[in-house]
Write a protein that binds this ligand. Structure first.
Ligand code: IMP
Length: 209
């Protein structure tokens, strides 16, 4: 049985392949390129779920199970921003700094400049959508709660990790090992929930190719 992940990122494809190999060894994970889907998918949704579904539906045009994901940071004091604009927050706020983690972090810090630590709560959110060839779909979501610091700590991870303090570890997510991050992260939780749900759904109706 085959599944197409709406991504061309070898890291994301490898991550899903490794996890599903444990839970659903009969599934082959393919990329968009593997099935000849070459166009860009426009993320026009206003929520993580909408964007994940847009991507999953595009992947499902292959005829196989389509899977899409979307993730980002939501900051309480900013009304949930950067949200679906996490990857290009600086560009949206300032007009420059497309897909630049450093610029995104600087914008985040400046918007939170006078916000005290007790009001700097935030969450990383990861959503995965799965669309079956018959059009049926489900979405799962993983979240991790933290606090946006006023200074950078650590050099691991990516994106907003050096500013995202995770209390139970007493560190930012840029200061922990990939295994430690994966054990508690939004993405780790979402992928594990996805594997469980897909297994349950496939047990119900084995109608996919
Ligand atoms: P994507 O949907 O996984 O590509 O994530 C979109 C954006 O959200 C990234 O470019 C980052 O800015 C932010 N983001 C998502 N997950 C993480 C994370 O684990 N650490 C730091 N930033 C993240």
């Amino acid at each position: 049985m085959k599944l197409v992940l709406a991504s061309r990122n070898p890291k994301k494809i490898g991550e899903l392949r490794t996890l599903l190999a444990e839970t659903l060894p009969e599934i082959t994970v393919l990329s968009l390129d593997d099935v000849g889907l070459t166009g860009e998918i426009e993320e026009t949704g206003e929520t993580f779920e909408e964007n994940a579904l847009i991507k999953a539906r595009a992947a499902a045009t292959s005829g196989y199970i389509g899977v899409g994901d979307d993730s980002g940071l939501t900051v309480d004091a900013l009304g949930g921003e950067p949200g679906v604009y996490s990857a290009r927050y600086a560009q949206i706020k300032t007009g420059v700094g497309a897909h630049d983690d450093g610029a995104n972090n600087r914008v985040l810090l400046s918007l939170l400049e006078n916000v005290p630590i007790e009001r700097r709560g935030a969450s990383f959110v990861s959503t995965i959508a799965c669309v079956f060839p018959n059009g049926k779909f489900f979405t799962v979501r993983g979240e991790v709660k933290g606090t946006i610091l006023t200074e950078y700590h650590g050099s691991g991870g990516f994106g907003y990790d050096p500013l995202f303090y995770y209390e139970p570890y007493g560190k930012t997510l840029a200061e922990v090992t990939p295994e430690e991050k994966n054990a508690v992260s939004h993405r780790g939780k979402a992928i594990r929930a996805f594997a469980r749900r897909l297994k349950a759904e496939l047990g119900k109706e084995p109608e996919t190719k």
